[in-house]
Ligand binder design. Structure first.
Ligand SMILES: [Zn+2]
Length: 807
């Protein structure tokens, strides 16, 4: 049996090879990606940046994630489905089962680096509960199994009384299973135990029996089962699972919704559209079929989609999915910063996708995107303390964003749990004659090239320093080609395709030394190749110049015009409130040619590089002009480290002109008031920030909303600093129709506080309700200590406010 090849894609405990008898007589995998990653179990990190994070994932994130699965009822759902407990479905979403699977997957990876008998035995208990919740024919979906115990009552509205029937809409039956399959392979490889794998295979065999061209022909509403089935295929060698993965892609679309990429058949798709997590999971599944199935139609599609995504729909941080309304992609170049969705899961999905494209093509541009996402948009998803998470990862904040301990929809923390321990698996990859070095992170690795064993030691201080030293120790002298990635940022490329560019194009040359002697660098496909007969102790040193580079965006990105960002190595920087005098960040303006310095601050945020430059603060005056302060210092920190010191203002793209800045609001009555509202959220201070939207659905400007409440009265109130005589008020409504849940309200009215009594004002004309513009009301002057606006929400929709002005 060619087991080494079979299992080389993912790590496996050696003993498990022999325990796993289920595939002995099966035909084995003939084809896989032409380049194979070196599994993370073969790569021991010795660095100060990632290793502590992976350790904290094990000691902090995994325990709290399982804790939330227990306290929220996710675990109990399995117990009730199993009949060992009674009650109704305990949680909100039918996909809540998937969180447990993802955390088991993460815990399984983690066990391979940090053996933990207690954790392993907890997994055994959980898996036993999952086994009992599985129906006799292999069906596993706690919501339906529980509902059936109550005569069908409590079946989620997203599911049909008939199994699978509503999966292409929202039931998430296949979505849960995709994560189950990934978890099962991870758990089997980590422990050698077949318990979860047997549950997965029983389930997959049912899916294989139920679905087919002449049977149930429903495509998954949320993709991921494609990747999960490919993992089952690799683990068992059973081609039926690979065929089933391809079936789910082949039957998708056309004429479905672009929201879940069913608007066209996947092979005909050329654009990244819709929900970005669904999208990247599907593109990863398509890459698997392109590579393993050697399918040119799928290869052609993902190549085009990648270009569409990276050349027009990616943030500088590597984040994707600009729009919150569909949790996904907007049109090309629509990349607002404050409302940037950039879901943590989408960053992880995009890393999966780019890694697969690299394994297919061996081109470094895919790792350039992967590395940028890894160090910025993905890493921002989890706090330094490893117990707080971002769902969206915006590039600008007015203080309304904060990482949370957990979410009702917990996809992001559970994705962090499973992604972080696998990071060392992205460093190296091999063919029979080549070793790719993709990421620069100190580690000791045991690598097999062809059938030769090689130990590699990498010493680096990334991402703070550009020097990398590799010591190559082959078992015996050996010919192979070392392929060193020369990142785009070490040359003159901020992002493949030119959506973002460095303001200068004068990168210093990368230096390469072999055994102390300088060597020429010839770059092909983004790699410098060193071919030689390697002997023990051979040393390769690379020095990537790592100056601070200023970045500008393609002019078609409206939000980034007349702005500049700072990058050093793969790390994007931002200005955050605690580091800058007044805490006001959004009103900053820096000179395009401002000078700067950079240094390592060991006392800040567990030790980090900072950039120091200077700028001015801008302020609106009551007569509408913009006033500028004198020059003052501006300090920048890595974007991924923001919001570790409390919520406040943050900005990645720094304005270079007062016109592109958000000046501090003028000291109007509203600005000097205390705001109260019927619903208190951190977005409340949007209503007096004097940021005017371009229209009622301008996602670049922050707003306050009551979603999901509807069909009721709500209110906002300004308590004045001192009694004021007022006679005019105006409001700008938020309305994210037709896709979102907010519309202009049915009606509104103004009241004022006269002594202790709220009285209505006497308007000079009827109240209007306008979309895409101001609604003004003039009334008989009154002396008031506070003003209140009452808003009647539509029967079917919620409402929101951009700005509310009082004069
Ligand atoms: Zn998520």
């Amino acid at each position: 049996m060619k087991m080494n090849r079979l299992f080389s894609f993912f790590p496996i405990a050696t003993c498990a090879l022999f325990l796993f008898t289920g595939c002995e007589n099966k035909s084995h995998v003939k084809a896989d990606y032409p380049i194979q990653p070196v599994p993370f179990t073969q790569v021991k990190l010795t660095d100060n940046f990632w290793a502590p994070r992976i350790k904290k994932n094990a000691s902090v994130t995994i325990p709290i994630a399982f804790g939330y699965c227990e306290s929220t009822g996710r675990v109990r759902n399995f117990e009730i489905a199993a009949g060992t407990d009674t009650g109704k479905f305990q949680t909100i979403y039918p996909f809540d089962d998937s969180d447990i699977y993802k955390i088991i997957e993460g815990a399984s990876y983690s066990l391979q680096t940090f053996p933990d008998p207690k954790l392993e035995s907890y997994l055994d208990t959980l898996i036993h509960k999952i086994a009992l919740a599985q129906e006799p024919d292999g069906y596993l979906y706690t919501n339906r199994t529980i509902a059936e115990k109550h005569g069908g009552k409590g079946l989620h509205e997203w599911a049909s009384p008939i199994r699978w029937e509503m999966d292409s809409v929202l039931s998430h039956e296949l979505y849960n299973l995709g994560h189950l399959y990934e978890a099962a392979v991870a758990h089997y490889q980590a422990t050698g135990k077949r318990t979860l794998l047997d549950i997965a295979l029983k389930s997959a065999d049912l899916v294989n029996k139920d679905f087919g061209y002449d049977r149930v022909k429903v495509y998954p509403g949320h993709q991921v089962i494609e990747m999960g089935l490919v993992k089952l295929y690799r683990a068992t060698g059973e081609k039926k699972y690979l065929d089933l993965a391809k079936f789910f892609l082949d039957i998708r679309g056309p004429k479905g919704r672009s929201y879940n990429q069913a608007n066209l058949k996947p092979v005909d798709q050329t654009e990244a559209v819709g929900h970005s997590v669904r999208a990247t999971y599907m593109y990863s599944g398509m890459a698997d079929i392109a590579a393993i199935g050697n399918d040119p139609a799928y290869l052609n599609a993902i190549t085009k989609i990648w270009g569409n995504l990276v050349y027009g729909k990616m943030y500088l941080t590597g984040g994707i999915g600009a729009s919150g309304g569909n949790e996904g992609f907007a049109d090309p170049f629509i990349l607002p910063n404050m409302s940037a969705y950039c879901e943590t899961c989408a960053s992880i999905g995009d890393i999966f996708f780019n890694h697969r494209l690299f394994l297919l093509h061996g081109q470094s541009k895919y790792i350039d995107v992967l590395e940028k996402t890894l160090y910025n948009s993905m890493l921002s998803g989890v706090s330094l303390s490893a117990d707080r998470f971002f769902y969206p990862n915006p590039l600008e904040s007015n203080g309304q964003h904060a990482r949370q301990a957990w979410f009702g929809c917990a996809c992001c923390p559970s994705n962090v749990v499973r992604f972080v321990p696998a990071i060392p698996g992205y460093i190296y990859a091999v063919t029979d004659k080549e070793l790719y070095v993709n990421l620069f992170i100190s580690n000791e690795a045991k690598i097999t090239i062809g059938n030769k064993k090689i130990n590699i030691t990498q010493e680096a201080n990334f991402p703070w320093d550009g020097k990398v030293k590799l010591t190559v120790n082959p078992e015996s002298e050996d010919n192979f080609t070392l392929k060193l990635r020369i990142p785009g940022w070490a040359q003159n490329e901020a992002l493949p395709g030119g959506l973002y560019k460095f303001t200068d194009q004068d990168a210093e040359p990368v230096k390469l030394m072999i055994n102390g002697k300088s060597a020429d660098i010839i770059i092909t496909e983004g790699y410098a190749s060193v071919s030689r007969k390697w002997k023990s102790g051979d040393k390769v040193e690379i020095e990537f110049p790592m100056p601070v580079r200023k970045v500008i965006a393609d002019d078609r990105i409206k939000e980034d015009r007349e702005k500049v960002a700072f990058q050093r190595g793969p790390v994007i920087f931002c200005a955050e409130w605690p580091d800058n005098n007044t805490g006001n960040i959004l009103d900053l303006v820096v000179k395009k040619n401002a000078s700067f310095t950079t240094e390592f601050d060991s006392s800040l945020l567990n030790g980090t590089q900072v950039i120091k430059t200077s700028g001015v603060q801008t302020k609106k005056t009551l007569d509408g002009k913009i006033e500028m302060s004198g020059e003052e210092p501006v300090k920048l920190i890595p974007y991924a480290l923001w919001n570790n010191r409390g919520a406040g203002q943050m900005m990645v793209w720094l304005p270079t002109s007062p016109q592109s800045a958000h000046p501090q609001p003028a000291r109007t009555i509203a600005y000097r008031s205390k705001i109260k509202a019927s619903k208190l959220t951190s977005a409340l201070n949007s209503i007096n920030d004097q940021a005017e939207p371009a229209n009622s659905n301008d996602q670049s400007v922050s707003y306050y909303h009551w979603w999901p409440d509807k069909d009721k009265w709500e209110w906002v109130e300004y308590d004045f600093e001192k009694p004021e005589t007022i006679s005019k008020s105006k409001v700008y409504w938020f309305d994210d129709g037709p896709n979102g849940g907010c519309r202009i309200p049915d009606s509104w009215e103004i009241l004022y506080l006269n002594g202790n009594i709220w009285e209505t004002v006497t308007p000079k004309a009827p109240y209007k309700i306008t979309k895409d513009g101001w609604d003004s009301i003039k009334f008989d002057p009154v002396k008031a200590s506070a003003i209140k606006m009452k808003i009647k929400l539509n029967k079917d929709y919620s409402a929101g406010i951009y700005e509310w002005v009082v004069e």
